[in-house]
Design a protein around this ligand. Sequence first.
Ligand code: ASP
Ligand code: MG
Length: 314
Amino acid sequence: MGKTESVGQIESLKSRIGSEEIVRAVRVQSTVRGAIESYLRKEGYVEISPVILSTLTDPLNHPVYDPSITAYNQKLALTKSMIFHKQIAVQAIPGIFIMSPNIRLETEDKASTGRHLYEFTQADVEARGKSMDDMMDLAERMIVFTIEEVRKNNASDLEFFSRRIAVPGRPFRRIRYRDAYERYGSDFERRISEESKEPVWITGIPLEGREFYDLEDPDDPGYLRDMDLLWPEGYQEAISGGEREFKYERILQRIKIKKQEPESFRTILEMSMSGLEPSCGFGIGIERFTRYLCGLKHCADTNLFPRIPGQPGI
Ligand code: ASP
Ligand code: MG
């Protein structure tokens, strides 16, 4: 790195450290983390440790650069999500969660969406034998509790940001993907989020719109038993989740439809061969949650050391 670049980085670090906005957002984020963790524990969920390096990670449904390291003569990917570890972990423990750091080297054009960081944390939750409805209910209660905690513990921070966040009413509104598309067109996520005052679920996403691991709806072929939650006021994606494919033949077939390499998913394929119990789960982005609560332009402003696509971090 040239001297000027490094001076620039130190200056920008100093201005972040000195920014009241960022410090307050970090404080709100700390409440968000604590509330999610304590709510899930109270519901009987067990926190497991994050996995950072693995032969197995989320293929994702959009292009990212793919970082890996070589260790012990093996290629180890940096975790994009612990989706498969979740599916495996619930075979041992019925309900689990991870405050999971994910590396997704998004392309540079994502720098200005406000929603993308190339290192972020999601609270990643999974439960054995649960349905979409069960997990949507859990997510709603967890979000309501978290918002109540932030309102209680961070009143002065919310005031600083001029944010009046109402506790959303339950159940949250639900729209099927097909209906959303028909009514609002291809940009429905943004449009629904912008016109909403409370979070909204999108359910039944088409098969090609998601990764291979979400379950194809047996009653609605071509569509998945999965759900996204949108934050209101234009803040867009909060959660993605779903019931999972758990049968060997189905997983293999779905990998092939995606034209992905079965060898890359050998561990989950072999585990499914000896029988996986069905499960359902979701991931909720911590920085996006904080961004919405504080009304920030960019997720980067929830973090002293942000990772903005295309830009090196400290
Ligand atoms: N953790 C998953 C993801 O990052 C979300 C899920 O559980 O479906 O895509
Ligand atoms: Mg996913």
